[in-house]
Design a protein around this ligand. Structure first.
Ligand code: AQP
Length: 327
């Protein structure tokens, strides 16, 4: 069976973007692939985190994975910091990467700008840890949103560089981006992506938002004044974003949606998008609340870490042997 790996950072409340771009597509592989899904808490500390909050969010995110439909009997769910091989291989990857390559990463540039004068070095090294996350499991496919494309490319580059220098150790992975939901945009500024760390609460739909809050946020979403419902990302980013969310949840194409809404106003489109989002998120929210209080969760994560480590340590050993590092 081909291997799938992906992870999400517990760096804030998960958004509809994280759900449609990543979590929802995790589900489609669980019956057909060997899946490793990780809560990447060591990535989250590349920006300062409150320790108590980080611990709480890590467990909450694991509960959310299950609430969204991942079955711990079928997939391996675990927390990154419980498998030290991630950081160990991550160090090796920093020795293969070039500073210029790391400086070119768009996410680094964006986050460095926000960090101001004192940029944590981990922000720049972040992709090397992500490369290690993926390569440790010999993943063939990595389901992520569009914003991670550059990081998947550097993963392929470093895996090829390693294999060329030291012999074939790593599988070269490919990215899997879902149609429709791969890049959900901010509701308030539809030319930038919806993000967990956006300060404007109205810009993102959080998976924990109550129904009426979801409706309110979508009602207030930025659109435009021409009144026509059609997909045109350049000229109508707000309406196009609503259509993308609709398409990702209803399975309708943009052409079908343009025909469905011909002659109708943005109010109707917004009401329908709100219904779809509420219908999708409500059951997840309800399951999530039950799971948080369940003692099962810790057992699932302990088992997951043991299974993940068995796979990760075998790959790490091979990499060390190839490089001449004692283990
Ligand atoms: N707006 C988005 N649309 C589609 N997919 C998205 N993802 C993130 N935002 C969108 C996907 O969610 C997964 C988790 O990403 P992450 O936790 O590693 O961090 P990120 O990409 O940096 O996501 P955020 O929400 O923007 O977090 P912060 O604010 O902490 O940086 C990835 O697969 C990502 O593509």
């Amino acid at each position: 069976m081909d291997v799938i790996f992906s992870g999400i950072q517990p760096s804030g409340n998960l958004t509809l973007g994280n759900y449609l771009g990543a979590l929802k597509s995790f589900l489609r592989f669980q019956d057909t692939h060997e899946c490793y899904y990780c809560v990447v808490n060591q990535h989250a500390i590349t920006v300062p985190q409150d320790p108590k909050e980080l611990r709480r969010r890590t467990t909450e995110l694991a509960a959310l994975y299950i609430a969204a439909g991942l079955d711990p009997e079928k997939v391996t769910l675990f927390v990154q910091s419980e498998v030290p091989e991630h950081v160990q291989l991550g160090w090796i990857m920093t020795t293969l990467a070039y500073v210029g390559e790391m400086e070119r990463m768009t996410q680094y540039k964006d986050k460095a700008k926000k960090a101001g004068e004192s940029i944590p070095y981990g922000l720049m090294a972040y992709p090397c840890l992500m490369v290690a996350d993926i390569l440790l499991y010999q993943a063939k496919l990595v389901p992520v949103g569009e914003d991670q494309r550059q990081h998947i490319e550097i993963t392929r580059t470093l895996a090829e560089r390693f294999n060329y220098r030291y012999g074939e150790v790593f599988t070269i992975p490919e990215m899997f981006a879902p149609e429709g939901g791969a890049r959900v945009m901010s509701l308030q500024n539809p030319t930038s992506k919806m993000s967990k760390s956006d300060d404007n609460q109205m810009a993102s739909i959080y998976l924990g938002d109550e129904d009426d809050m979801i409706v309110k946020k979508i009602k207030r979403a930025q659109t435009d004044s021409d009144g026509e419902i059609r997909y045109d990302k350049e000229n109508k980013p707000g309406v196009s974003n609503l259509l993308s969310i609709h398409a990702a949840l209803s399975g309708r194409t943009f052409d079908q949606l343009a025909a469905d809404y011909a002659g109708q106003g943005y109010g109707t489109l917004k009401a329908d998008v709100a219904d779809l989002v509420v219908g999708e998120l409500r059951p997840i929210r309800e399951r999530y609340r039950e799971l948080l209080d369940s003692p099962e969760l810790q057992r699932i994560l302990d088992d997951g870490a043991a299974k993940a480590q068995a796979k990760a340590s075998a790959t790490y050993r091979k990499a060390c042997e190839a490089m001449g590092l004692q283990r």
